[in-house]
Ligand binder design. Structure first.
Ligand code: NIG
Ligand code: FE
Length: 421
């Protein structure tokens, strides 16, 4: 079936090379007026003048964009979407001066989500994740990377990844599964008689081979941070992930500088994420490599930390910058991707053009899908988001609002009137 998306005030194509845009390339955002997008089945086949496309394809079903703004569906390349309970009690603790890592040392934080998730069934987790991911989609997101990482046993990690697989089967979204068994050292391996080395052996010898053999994840990720995994441990675990055919990502230099960004480059990671505490050497390393710098300003805002990632320095050095929500119960419980664009502008000093490309083309590159999604251009998947605005600059402007009118994934409506009816 052909569909012609016409009558948008602006078509923000993000068109250009099918790879991450770096440095100054992010200043060039293609915005067309009077344009339409022709979709055939799951693919975009043409982007061009409204009248000419309408005349050439009278058989196409017309989707009237009603004077709104059409963009590529947003690509959220970093979420921890599989969890049980919320962790709102930690918010007041932090406000009272107890730090994120101190809460973890007291057995809260990630450990608290781990205790909770282990007690839940796969069905229960599926029932919780489904509306959460649907809410992410309601803000214009069409591709979501989803991590495990609150199980930290073989069975509980497999359970989490199987929930992602089930979500892939029922949700009209593109989900990218990531194995994050190295999210923490589980408490039972932090005290005698067990050791952290034993947990790392479990990751390398049992969990990674099983996850890879069952085809349950595209990526492996790790929390490389003082107090969690060291750079040497990260090298070992991610090296094993690589040997099993998984692509890799790192939570890098999130709270303290540890050289994790440089390690991400050394290991050929697809992305290095967070980077609020990246060093100058880390910036230089990312600027000279293919690893995408994924920035998560919602996390620093929610944690109440003053230091945001040095986005300007990264861009000015020529790095490829992506943005994501980091949706998770501890440090970023937001489903509102456009709000992250607002923060990218007000806190990270990005331009609208840079923020939009970081949330589409570069988000796609951060999950290895730069040739598949993130652009409104012929050959790309028909992943579109229609926003109730007249100028793309309004997207980050009406902050906290819900302006997404509808989305389509692979040409199928995923959010908006009629979906789920
Ligand atoms: O990206 N830093 C590690 N992981 C998450 C937080 C997880 C949690 O607190 O539950 C993050 O910030
Ligand atoms: Fe994270």
């Amino acid at each position: 079936m052909k569909q012609l998306f016409s009558n948008a005030t602006q078509v923000v194509t993000c068109a250009g090379p099918a790879r991450a845009r770096r440095g100054t390339e992010c200043q060039a955002l293609e915005i067309l007026s009077g344009a339409a997008v022709l979709v055939d089945g799951a693919r975009i086949v043409a982007v061009g003048p409204n009248e000419a496309l309408c005349a050439a394809h009278p058989d196409a079903h017309v989707v009237d964009c009603g004077g709104r703004v059409l963009l590529p569906g947003l690509v959220d390349s970093h979420t921890h979407g599989i969890f049980g309970k919320a962790r709102f009690e930690e918010q007041e603790l932090r406000a009272a001066g107890v730090g994120y890592m101190e809460i973890a040392r007291r057995g809260g934080g990630i450990h608290s989500s781990v205790r909770d998730l282990r007690a839940r069934s796969e069905d229960d987790l599926f029932a919780l994740a489904l509306p959460r991911l649907t809410r992410l989609a309601a803000h214009g997101t069409t591709t979501i990377e989803v991590k495990s990482g609150y199980g930290l046993t073989l069975d509980d990690e497999l359970k989490s990844l199987r929930v992602i697989r089930r979500l892939q089967q029922v949700l009209p979204l593109r989900l990218v599964p990531t194995f994050l068994g190295a999210h923490e050292i589980p408490l039972e391996y932090r005290a005698a008689p067990r050791t952290r080395q034993e947990y790392i052996a479990l990751l390398v010898d049992e969990m990674l081979p099983r996850v890879a053999a069952e085809g349950l994840a595209t990526f492996a990720d790790i929390f490389c941070e003082p107090g969690v995994y060291t750079p040497d441990e990260s090298r070992l675990i991610l090296g094993a992930a690589r040997r099993h055919g998984l692509k890799i990502k790192l939570h890098a230099d999130e709270l303290e500088t540890s050289g994790a960004a440089e390690l991400a480059v050394e290991l050929g990671a697809t992305s290095a994420d967070h980077l609020a505490a990246i060093s100058d050497a880390g910036i230089r390393a990312l600027a000279s490599a293919g690893t995408v710098a994924t920035l998560l300003p919602g996390t620093m805002l929610f944690l109440g930390r003053e230091r945001q990632a040095p986005a300007r320095a990264l861009l000015d050095a020529g790095a490829a910058v992506a943005l994501a929500t980091d949706f998770n119960p501890g440090t970023s419980p937001t489903v509102n991707f456009p709000l992250i664009l607002t923060l990218a502008i007000s806190q990270l000093h990005l331009s609208v053009s840079e923020a939009v490309l970081a949330s589409t083309v570069n988000g796609a590159a951060a999950v290895g899908l730069a040739a598949e999604t993130g652009q409104l251009a012929p050959g790309f998947s028909a992943d579109l988001a229609l926003f109730d605005i007249e100028d793309v600059r309004e997207l980050p402007y009406w902050y906290g609002d819900q302006r997404c009118h509808a989305t389509w994934v692979r040409g199928v409506k995923a959010h908006g009137a009629g979906v789920g009816a």
